[in-house]
Design a binder for this molecule. Sequence first.
Ligand SMILES: Nc1nc2c(c(=O)[nH]1)N[C@H]1C(S)=C(S)[C@@H](COP(=O)(O)O)O[C@H]1N2
Ligand SMILES: [Mo]
Length: 519
Amino acid sequence: MNKKPATRLRDLGVFGLSGFAAAAVLFSVAQLMSAFFATASAPLVAMGAVFIDLTPPWLKDFAIATFGTNDKLALFISIGVVVSIASVLIGILARRHFALAAPIILLLAVVIGAAVLSRPATGLVDLTPVILGTVASLGTLKWLTKLASRTRAPGQEQSEKPGSSRRNFLLGATLALVGSAVATGVGRSLATVRNVADSARSALGLPVAKVLADPPPAGAQIELSGMPKFVTPNKDFYRIDTALSVPRINPSEWSLRVHGMVEKEFTISFDELLAEDLLETYLTLTCVSNPVGGQLVGNAKWLGYPLRKLLERAVPQAEADMVLSTSEDGFSASTPIEVLMDDRMALLAVGMNGEPLPLEHGFPVRMVVPGLYGYVSATKWVVDLEVTRFEDKMGYWTTRGWSDHGPIKLSSRVDVPRSFASVPAGKVTLGGTAWAQTKGISKVQVQIDDEDWKDAELATEASLDTWRQWRYDWEGGSSGNHTVTVRAVDREGNVQTSDKADPVPNGASGWQRVQFSVE
Ligand SMILES: Nc1nc2c(c(=O)[nH]1)N[C@H]1C(S)=C(S)[C@@H](COP(=O)(O)O)O[C@H]1N2
Ligand SMILES: [Mo]
């Protein structure tokens, strides 16, 4: 007897829902249990991390350009969608036979398990959440598909009315889905409660620096609505990293190992680090992925210990030319050793704008190095410094197509007016920012439409390592569309190049041109 299409469709729906619920149980039970194991023992965290590691530079760049700092949310949603579709198909397979679907769930579990084990901070015990999740998932699938079969055309299960069997199935499916949601929620709260990093950070009193940074001169900030703050507040500071869940390090368990091509390898604890003479400095960080005119740049006051002193203690061998810094979550950066040993303020930082580092900016300890893009210098959650050679080792992004060296390119930006803004007729003040860390900005020029380049007025210079704001009082123009183009000159006399380059492989270049209109 042929079934009616509607019945068949309902049948597929019922089994598809069983598969979906079974997958939800796998992920949520594992998420719940992961609160007791490494963070990367949670399936979404581990799979997302592997995905990020495999992401080619163009896709990373596209993700940042499209989703900005929401790129991680976008990744979780994508994984969720793919897994949901797969799980519905698993359910539909189970309609034929449970023995067809079970191996696919096991395969999914193996993939997740491999992802968990591939993370730097996990071991075999961290497979426990996935194993428990898989057992619960198989049980759920078996149970729901049994209930689902009973909703099939009457006549097969004479004893039951179709209405009550359908109700039983819906009850079972709802139970599995609500249970999953609750388990996920409880798992997340448990992880927060068990998060010692947060409480340790709030309890931490940072020592006062031996050498305080001079406060920025009053004239460093141009008072014009729409201009960025000269010192970027921590909550507004751009965040770029490969960490899907922020590493949560208990400072009392943190230590940094300095080793490799050195005479005296050693390990330093957090208390030992805080007992050293700490310094403060203002420094503008920049991401290599920052497009021309982009926002992946920020300026903060950092408190830390000079990396030069730390390395001097280890006595590097003369042939070494690089320090590979590695974070707790496996990211690494290759920094030229001479940059860390010359007299610039390269710090092993513990404080940011008068607070302990925020968790997402590297708590408890990170590096900051004037003049280099973050991907080759600013390792957050740093736990290991290996003195080595560029020909022997590579940093995280270098193995993925980015350059091994990453000096920050001379750049300038228009902040006011914004692209496509309309400004009132008459006199208008334009404004922006320029940076050439370690060299300093000596001039900024603007060009309105096709007119001659004019010198902008520069804000007071705070230091060579920080960005410098500029303003330009424009007498105004005819109503309609106009453009402003900006370029900077550094203190060595280098003029910012007009040659356009993409962020890959070593930073964007070119002049920013902003279109706006006069009312
Ligand atoms: N552990 C770790 N440190 C890291 C990264 C990372 O992915 N992981 N990204 C680097 C990059 S590319 C940049 S631009 C800076 C950004 O620092 P912020 O997030 O504090 O602004 O951190 C650097 N340090
Ligand atoms: Mo970056």
